[in-house]
Write a protein that binds this ligand. Structure first.
Ligand code: PLP
Length: 343
């Protein structure tokens, strides 16, 4: 496979992920859904670093930049049960750096397990310095507070690197998924498969946009559906379009993604970020019980609900469908009180 990936291999990057991640068939899930498509999963939950997940590939570019700048401490802000925060704390340690994390109360819950188990427990085990931010959906405020923490560190002689995830920053992490798309196309070629449909959770959109960009840059016309987990479909589609433009700028190449390429569904978003609806609950149990595949309650359960809907559609017959497992399983333990109610 050739393709036009611009500066992908020359921008600063560090190795963090175990790649290539496996692609596995899911015949039992196909049978349970009574579908005549071939179902596959790309195991990006197996990227290897501190329980893995999609943020490891994204962090390869952020920490590449941190290393270039000679930083000795990384700062990141995210939801209480953020997988990004956990993987960033682990990446910092692996690279010999300290990590300050700021946890935002984005999800309306206050049970002790949610506040202390799952990713939060791992943040502590990794020795991250934990700060809290009480406001839920206040990206700008949370970013400003993180800059205040960075300034304090700078004054005490440290060299902080704030992982820039807020709006208005170039989506460096999406480059990790441009790379993943290139990897995926190479794997598919080796397996003799051409994927028709790919389904992925769409949160910040870095994964969705990077994957879509990379597929088109590599010459693939695979249809990509992003399942909204954070905001409704129209706003999410805008975000993906912006990210794709920004990726082209970062890579110094043409943006191969057209408006028609950007497909998002908001069907599985309710009741909101970090909360599962009935379809997501059902999908989580179905994947576990047909394939031994553990999903997470915030992202991949919703994405799997979208994947199952596509797989059940009769137009899927004879096609190859790929689910991108983006990880997140440590949060299962934080949601124990909800999950143990499921049957
Ligand atoms: C962050 C995350 C996503 C969403 O990825 P974005 O790049 O933010 O869209 C999906 N799944 C898991 C498990 C995540 O942690």
């Amino acid at each position: 496979m050739s393709g036009s990936f611009g500066a992908l291999d020359t921008l600063p990057r560090v190795d963090l992920a175990h790649v290539p991640t496996p692609i596995e068939r899911m015949p039992n899930l196909a049978a349970a859904l009574d579908c005549a498509a071939e179902l596959y999963v790309k195991r990006d939950d197996c990227t290897g670093l501190a329980f893995g997940g999609n943020k490891t590939r994204q962090l390869e570019y952020y920490f590449g930049e941190a290393a270039r700048l000679g930083a000795d401490v990384a700062l990141i802000t995210g939801a209480v049960q953020s997988n990004f925060v956990r993987q960033a704390a682990a990446a910092a340690r692996k690279l010999g750096m300290d990590c300050h994390v700021q946890l935002e109360s984005r999800v309306p819950r206050n049970d002790a397990t949610y506040e202390t188990s799952g990713n939060v427990l791992l943040d502590y085990l990794l020795g991250a310095t934990v700060h809290t931010y009480p406001e839920g959906e206040d990206e700008a405020g949370a970013d400003r507070q993180l800059q205040v923490l960075a300034e304090e560190l700078r004054r005490s002689g440290r060299r902080p690197y704030v992982i820039p995830l807020g709006p208005g920053h170039p989506p460096l992490g999406a480059l990790g998924y441009v790379r993943m798309a290139r990897e995926l196309l190479q794997q598919a070629e080796g397996m003799g498969i051409s994927f028709d449909e790919i389904v992925v959770a769409s949160g910040s959109g870095a994964t969705h946009a990077g994957l879509l960009f990379g597929l088109r840059a590599g010459g693939s016309t695979a249809h990509v559906t992003g399942v909204c987990v954070r905001r409704e479909a129209a706003a999410q589609a805008d975000r993906i379009a912006h990210h794709c433009d920004a990726i082209a700028t970062l890579l110094g190449c043409r943006n191969p993604v057209t408006a028609d390429d950007i497909v998002v569904t908001g069907h599985f978003l309710a009741p909101g970020y970090g909360r599962m609806g009935a379809d997501a609950e059902h999908a989580l149990l179905l994947a576990a019980r047909t394939e031994g595949l553990l999903l997470d309650p915030v992202y991949t359960a919703k994405a799997m609900a979208g994947f199952a809907e596509l797989a059940r559609n009769e137009t899927a017959a004879g096609r190859s469908l790929l689910f991108v497992h983006t990880g997140g399983q440590p949060a299962l333990f934080a949601y124990q009180s909800d999950l143990e109610q499921l049957r």
